[in-house]
Write a protein that binds this ligand. Structure first.
Ligand code: SF4
Length: 553
């Protein structure tokens, strides 16, 4: 007997399941003001910038235990302060411990340097703070900041005074607000520069950093303003890059919606040309648009890139022009871009006949003592001006006679003619201090560089392979856009034990490809290395590359 099977009900337009009502994304411009997560709650309760007064009046006097949790893990970021990881907690516990179990009673403090520009007095002030209050730590970040560690809450007001004496600050160095503005390290001196973007960088910082109308954005707002394409503009929320308009001359093209983290997206050219004098206004208009239309419900979708992806650049431009600028922007083509990133390492002519010298610490690691020595060298050999680069390197400007400086920099461990390994390796903060980390990165980068320098010393014509070490999937040191991008995770060793290691992304690179797919390295399924085997792995990749093979192993 044949079994009768009931036919499935036919869905017609009448019976079709009603589309789920779209959940509000927390877009203020649509009236969605209800705070939809704990970060939005503490921001709505009070302007995070106001925590400074409590730090000065209460916390620095009464100590760590007196700090309100919303201030400790929330608002204090707006002043460049994060608690650092308690020493000795392994990466396997990162995701399972409560914040109070992971965090130490010391802080990481980020000092902003918009455009990476520091003078000798500023270097000495940071050096002084580092030696007196931060156990002589100082790392150059990949956004031209200086990061200090081991800071006690009791010392924070004194640190602010010392920094502010020389025009530096920690204002909005972290948090859901305008972060440091990345700029060309050779702005104002570069031989190939047509228009110096420094006035726009300075004006934006002066007008908008610490502005309470922009201190509650959906998430961080990363921007770059540079004539030369020597900054990783494609991974910023907003970037202006030098472009010549056929009628109006030098100005800036504009890109929006870039960012890496766990969902990497390259910024898109908006198709406009902006004169230098308009850059601050347009920068602020984009910030306001992000504040009002950005998604606030989920932290994982709150960056500008998600709004741009949903709207497309045409709608983005239309809303920007109609609702925020109240005028149209001029059309403009993107500039020609270089085939590879420009890092400025070595000796290079400035346009005024002097030279600048670019030197490489290993993965951005310096110290207060080195910063003080650097200030002395910058004054002895140049005008005292130094620039930090978004590749964790530094430049000394205005040098009449470069070779003695090259020698003196080498004397403090800063090489102007580094090996390709030292030149091209970056590392994020990692497990030494970062509460999100799974693996150690900075020491590992130093070991890797030393090993590769030794193992491949006899090889002529070594390739320039960027190696970016990251302690977790957050990609602060740009996992996806390196030749060898390393994402920290626990991996199984030969005996099946879980040990520190990396997922490998191969073949990424900024400015090397016109499209998103080409720029991001391929995450090769199953291609992982233990941290202990990392030098062997990179050596194998390099030797395969030198032999003209395509397979990495
Ligand atoms: Fe911390 Fe991860 Fe960022 Fe590294 S990539 S600094 S481990 S959050």
């Amino acid at each position: 007997m044949t079994e009768t099977v009931a036919a499935p009900p036919v869905r017609t337009a009448r019976t079709a399941r009603p589309a789920a009502a779209k959940r509000p994304e927390g877009q203020w411009a649509l009236g969605e003001y209800e705070p939809l997560n704990s970060n939005e709650e503490f921001k709505a309760a009070e302007d995070p910038l106001l925590v400074r007064e409590r730090i000065e009046r209460i916390y620095s006097r009464e100590g760590f235990a007196s700090i309100d949790p919303d201030d400790l893990r929330g608002r204090m970021r707006w002043w460049g302060l994060y608690t650092q990881r308690k020493p000795g907690i392994d990466g396997g516990k990162t995701g399972s411990l409560a914040p109070e179990e992971l965090e130490d009673e010391y802080f990481m403090m980020r000092v902003r340097s918009d455009g990476g520009a520091l003078d000798a007095a500023q270097l000495r002030a940071v050096a002084d703070v580092s030696v007196r209050f931060a156990r002589n730590t100082a790392d150059i970040t990949d956004r031209q900041n200086v990061q200090l560690h081991w800071v006690r809450i009791e010392d924070v007001p004194a640190i602010w005074r010392r920094l502010e004496e020389v025009g530096l600050s920690t204002t909005e160095a972290c948090g859901d607000c305008p972060r440091v503005i990345v700029g060309s390290p050779v702005a104002g001196v570069g031989a190939d520069e047509v228009l110096d973007a420094t006035p726009a960088v300075r004006e934006i910082a002066a007008r908008y950093v610490g502005d309470p109308s922009l201190s509650n954005l959906p998430r961080k707002y990363k921007s770059a303003v540079s004539w030369l394409p020597d900054v990783p503009y494609e991974i910023n929320d907003l970037a202006f890059l030098g472009a010549v308009h056929p009628e109006h001359g030098p100005g800036f093209g504009m890109w929006v919606g870039g960012g890496l983290s766990t969902v990497p997206v390259l910024a898109q050219h908006v198709g406009v040309w902006v004169p230098l004098s308009d850059v601050p206004d347009v920068w602020a208009a984009v910030a306001r648009l992000f504040r009002d239309y950005g998604y606030r419900r989920l932290r994982s979708r709150a960056r500008l890139k998600f709004l741009v992806a949903d709207w497309g650049v045409e709608k983005f431009r239309r809303v920007l022009e109609e609702e925020y600028l109240e005028r149209p922007l001029l059309d403009g083509p993107p500039p020609a871009l270089p085939p590879a990133p420009i890092d400025h390492i070595g000796v290079h002519p400035q346009r005024d006949g002097l030279s600048y010298v670019g030197a490489a610490p290993v993965a951005g690691r310096l110290s207060g003592t080195k910063l003080a020595a650097l200030a002395d060298l910058a004054e002895t050999h140049g005008s005292g001006r130094v620039r930090l680069t978004p590749y964790q390197k530094l430049l000394v400007l205005d040098v009449a006679d470069p070779e003695p400086l090259v020698t003196d920099l080498a004397g403090i461990g800063l090489q102007a003619r580094p090996s390709p390994w030292r030149r091209n390796t970056m590392a994020c903060t990692g497990i030494e201090y970062c509460k999100l980390a799974i693996v150690e990165t900075k020491e590992r980068a130093a070991t890797l560089v030393a090993e590769l320098e030794k193992r491949l010393a006899g090889e002529p014509a070594l390739p320039d392979l960027n190696i970016n070490l990251n302690g977790c999937p957050n990609s602060c040191a740009r996992t996806q856009v390196a030749d060898i991008g390393l994402k920290g995770q626990l991996v199984a060793d030969e005996d099946g034990r879980q040990v520190e290691g990396f997922q490998v992304h191969l073949g990424g690179g900024l400015s090397l490809a016109a499209d998103q797919e080409g720029a991001f390295g391929r995450k090769l399924r199953g291609l992982k290395t233990t941290a202990a085997d990392l030098p062997d792995y990179v050596e194998r990749v390099t030797r395969a590359y030198l032999a003209g093979r395509t397979s990495p192993s």
